[in-house]
Design a protein around this ligand. Structure first.
Ligand SMILES: [Zn+2]
Length: 72
């Protein structure tokens, strides 16, 4: 089961945050395969590609939509 958190939580915990996977892999979040998308960052297990952590980069949805709108 992937952990969900937002970016401000992640920034607080990033140094100490450890992930573990069903396949036996364990490591720090920054050792997992991070993949950045527009609004979320996913961390996948380097061994089996299972999704371990999903970080919501958008803490204020309205701000995000306003920002997107301003880019048009
Ligand atoms: Zn795994």
């Amino acid at each position: 089961m992937a952990i969900h958190m937002n970016i401000s939580e992640y920034n607080l915990k990033a140094e100490s945050l450890r992930l573990s996977c069903q396949c036996g892999w364990e490591g720090k979040a920054n050792e997992a395969n991070g993949e950045l998308h527009e609004a979320v960052m996913n961390f996948e297990c380097p061994k089996c590609d299972k999704m371990l952590l999903i970080i919501n980069l958008i803490t204020d949805a309205q701000k995000y939509f306003d920002w997107k709108e301003s880019k048009k």
